[in-house]
Structure formats: structure tokens, C-alpha cells
Design a protein around this ligand. Structure first.
Ligand SMILES: Cc1cc2nc3c(=O)[nH]c(=O)nc-3n(C[C@H](O)[C@H](O)[C@H](O)COP(=O)(O)OP(=O)(O)OC[C@H]3O[C@@H](n4cnc5c(N)ncnc54)[C@H](O)[C@@H]3O)c2cc1C
Length: 394
């Protein structure tokens, strides 16, 4: 423990896992500083379906009402073929009902915003700052920050996402920690009143084999576009050009969506990948969220898992205040099987979510159309992977 008596933690990354960890650590009596590479809170990003164990953690933090205020109201998922023909639809309300209403569609940035608001008074946040190095003493760590200062801490939490620096610096230097699933994904927000009127309260999805574009209505009158395509290539040097070229000719209004992608657009672009590292813990440093165990968007529960992992981590630390080594080991032992099961499910469902043939696209639409029928609840729950997943690990 550090000189003044209260334990101290440095959390790297003011994302979903980092802010949740900071919130719970502060409640457990820790002094927390969060360092975030971005100069300010990240923008809306992309839409997520938020349900499962993370929803239960948000509930315990008293955040569900604030999250509901940010959620979009989506009534239906509508499928269009490239010619613009309606090929089917699914009742989104059926998904919501299957999980007793504990499902929200909202931008990732809004979830982070609500967490930041809740953690603001509990933890110091330093923007435009990262961890440059760590020296581990016998009973503490010295965490060297990019602003030239050094923080003495009992614990360093790497919550810095898929391409984690803390993982590379401390926990798994030189390891190939990411397993690519063979897809790349992009997302951006657009402002187009005409398109918004056409979309209404629907999530509209246009699919071709190996590539698809979805457009979601957002709460504030904007639209969120999410694009995914199959590729084995490296990340492009120019993601905007890559998006234009991969989705060219997809039809059904996709050209209009792409016309909003300009040099000023805040574009998210990345590999669809999962994290696989041998250990999540090294000494007093621990990984949480995507840094430890990203399931990828194919599993659709990364944000939820990030919050559940953070909650489980602090639960273990709280239970064993004088034995951090055991607490961190137990955290990894409890959460890892749960996370690996989600990752395996993400790999299984990838081909289903982004079909490679027209037959696959029709099969998926047929299945999802069933979701609206009476008595389909258990089927939907199984497909959504939520039956076991509302249980919190830890
Ligand atoms: C297109 C898409 C759709 C998705 N859909 C869903 C969904 O429907 N449901 C769901 O639950 N999940 C979904 N996910 C996954 C989810 O967004 C992530 O799993 C989740 O955000 C992980 O949280 P995290 O806190 O670990 O990482 P992040 O949210 O990525 O946060 C990491 C933070 O660390 C910061 N950072 C990075 N490097 C450094 C550094 N060196 N120093 C300091 N700070 C740093 C970043 O700026 C960021 O603020 C989706 C992901 C994508 C890409």
C-alpha cells in the first residue's frame, strides 16, 4: 500500500472497461487516476446493442435510466437486396421482449459518456495522456506517463482496448495478441434528413455476399452507418478510399450513405479481431475489457463483457484487499472461461452475420423473421446468447 494509506490505481483507457473499473474501485476506497490517449471524449462511434451481464452491472451502478434516455427506439430490422427490394424484416421488439426489456440500442460513445459522467467526481481523468513505461518495485509500481509525470500505484489496469499499449508494454510484450476473423469494419455518423425519413424507426440492412451495410436511426435525428466486409488483406493506408471501393455498387441507397463520407468525417475503421493472450495479469498489472478478451463485434457483447469484467475484477480486489496477487489471479480464472465461450460463439456466428452466399443471406433473414412469431422467445434467447449471459462472472 502506498504511503498515505489509501490504495492507488492507474487505469489506462477512459473507455467502457476503464470507466467502469474506476467507478467501482473508487467505491471500494481506492484513489484512481484514469489516463486516456484521446484529447477529449471520443465521439458517438457506432451503434451497439447493450444487453446481458453488462446491463446488470449498469443496473447496479444506477445508470439504466440515463442509458435509456440515450437509446434509439428501433421497431424493426428491414432487409433490402442491392436492387432495393424488401427481402424480409424482423420485429426488433421481439428481441427486447425476449430479454425482458433489458436491451438498449445506443452509440458506444453515449455509453462511455454516461460512464464518464458517473465517474467524473470519483476519479481524476487525464486526457491526451498515456502510459509510457512501468517500473515494478517490491510493494508498488511507478507508472511513467507521457506528460512526463510518474504515478506511484498499487495497481495498473490496462483498459486501453483492442490494440492495448499496457498489454504490449507489460503483460505480453512481443506476443501476437490479436486473432483476425477475416473481416474489416467501418462506422460513421451522418446527417441526412431525407434518408432519415425513409429509414424511420427501422434498422435497414443491405446485404450482398461478403459485404453489408446497416443504417440505424439515432436518437438525435442522425443516422449511424455500420459497414462490414470479408477480406484477408492488411488494414488499408487510406480507410476512406477502402470504404468507397469495397461498398461501391451495393445499391439500395448505399451510394447516398457513402456520399456523406468526407475527409472531415470521424470514421471508425478496424480489423474484426479477438484478443488472445496467455495471461491477463503480470505482477500488479492487469488487463480488462477488449485489452484482455475482445470477443469482436461478431459476438456482439464486447461492451457488455467489458463492464462485467471490470465489475468482477474490482469484486475480487475488494474481497482480498491485502492479497492483490490472489485477487488478480482469481479475476482471470473466473472471467476467462466466460470470455472464451463468447469468443467461440463469435467465431461460430461470423458466417451467419456476414453470409458469403445469397442462400446464406436468405437463411438468416428467414430465421430472424421467425423471431417475431408467438412462442419464439426461447429460440431468440438462445440465438442472442443471453440465456446464460445475464449471470455476472465473479
Ligand atoms: C462496429 C462495432 C459494433 C459493436 N457492437 C457491439 C454490440 O452490439 N454490443 C456490444 O456489447 N459490443 C459491441 N462492440 C464491441 C464494443 O464496442 C467493445 O468491445 C467495447 O467498446 C470494449 O470496451 P473497452 O473499454 O475494453 O475498449 P474501448 O471501448 O475501445 O475503450 C478503450 C479506450 O482506451 C483508449 N486508449 C487506447 N489506447 C490507449 C493508450 N495507449 N493510452 C491511453 N488510452 C488508450 C481509447 O481511446 C478508448 O477510450 C462493437 C464493436 C464494433 C467495432
Amino acid at each position: 500500500m502506498t504511503a498515505v494509506g489509501r490504495r492507488r490505481a492507474v487505469v489506462c483507457g477512459a473507455g467502457i472497461a476503464g470507466l467502469t473499473t474506476a467507478w467501482w474501485l473508487e467505491r471500494a476506497g481506492w484513489d484512481v487516476v484514469v489516463v486516456e490517449r484521446a484529447p477529449r471524449p471520443r465521439s458517438a462511434g457506432y451503434m451497439i446493442d447493450f444487453f446481458g451481464p453488462g446491463f446488470a452491472v449498469a443496473d447496479r451502478m444506477g445508470l439504466v435510466p440515463a442509458l435509456r434516455e440515450r437509446a434509439a427506439s428501433i421497431a424493426e430490422v428491414q432487409y433490402l437486396d442491392p436492387a432495393g427490394r424488401r427481402r424480409g424484416s424482423a420485429d426488433y421488439g421481439a428481441f427486447r421482449r425476449a430479454v425482458d426489456g433489458r436491451l438498449l440500442s445506443l452509440p458506444r460513445g453515449d455509453l462511455a459518456d454516461v460512464l464518464l459522467e458517473a465517474a467524473r467526481d470519483r476519479a481524476e481523468t487525464r486526457w491526451a495522456t498515456t502510459v509510457d513505461g512501468v517500473s515494478e518495485g517490491t510493494d508498488h509500481l511507478d507508472v511513467h506517463l507521457s506528460d512526463g509525470t510518474t504515478r506511484t500505484a498499487d495497481l495498473l489496469v490496462g483498459a486501453d482496448g483492442l490494440h492495448s499499449r499496457v498489454r504490449e508494454l507489460v503483460v505480453a510484450p512481443g506476443a501476437r495478441a490479436l486473432r483476425s476473423l477475416g473481416y474489416q469494419t467501418a462506422a460513421f455518423v451522418l446527417d441526412d434528413d431525407g434518408l432519415r425519413r425513409r429509414v424511420g424507426a427501422r434498422m435497414v440492412l443491405v446485404a450482398d455476399p461478403d459485404r453489408q451495410v446497416a443504417v440505424y436511426p439515432m436518437r438525435d435525428g442522425l443516422l449511424a452507418a455500420w459497414l462490414v466486409h470479408r477480406t484477408s488483406g492488411p488494414l488499408p493506408d487510406d480507410p476512406r478510399a477502402a470504404v468507397r471501393s469495397h461498398y461501391r455498387g451495393l445499391g439500395s441507397g448505399v451510394g447516398r450513405v457513402l456520399s456523406h463520407l468526407t475527409a472531415e468525417t470521424d470514421l471508425y475503421y478496424d480489423d474484426v479481431a479477438q484478443t488472445e493472450v496467455e495471461h491477463w495479469v503480470r505482477g500488479r498489472t492487469v488487463l480488462v475489457g477488449d485489452a484482455a478478451c475482445a470477443p469482436s463485434l461478431m459476438a456482439g457483447q464486447g461492451a457488455s463483457m467489458a463492464m462485467a469484467g471490470a465489475w468482477a475484477l474490482v469484486g475480487q480486489v475488494r474481497r482480498r484487499p491485502d492479497d492483490l496477487a490472489t485477487a488478480l489471479r482469481r479475476y482471470e480464472r473466473t472471467v476467462r472461461p466466460f470470455a472464451e465461450e463468447r469468443q467461440a460463439s463469435g467465431r461460430r456466428t461470423a458466417r451467419w452475420l456476414v453470409p458469403s452466399s445469397r442462400w446464406g443471406i436468405r437463411a438468416r433473414q428467414g430465421f430472424l423473421a421467425l423471431a417475431g412469431l408467438p412462442g419464439s422467445g426461447p429460440l431468440v434467447r438462445r440465438a442472442f446468447g443471453t440465456e446464460a449471459d445475464t449471470t455476472l462472472p465473479g
